[in-house]
Design a protein around this ligand. Sequence first.
Ligand SMILES: [Ca+2]
Length: 102
Amino acid sequence: MATTNQSQFEEFLPLMAEKLGGDGLIEELCNGFQLLMDAKKGVITFDSLKNNSLILGLDGMSDCNLASMVKEGDFDGDGALNQMELENRIGFRDIRDRDDDI
Ligand SMILES: [Ca+2]
């Protein structure tokens, strides 16, 4: 059912890497977690991501892509991303490799 979500998320990463550079992207996402999270819940939800999407230049992302980003990274199934889930989902080595290609 969620088979198409993966590719949407993967397309989003090089987009950000292009804007920020590989190292910048990692730094931004780690720091960005604090900015992107729902302050009450301490995790990133679809709503908090959408509300703060301008911070990371994601205002061009569709609701569908934002929802996929949360859903794909949500390993424990609580419908939100904690920091560990975010970092795991990003895959640091992947981004560094991609950055060389860009
Ligand atoms: Ca989760």
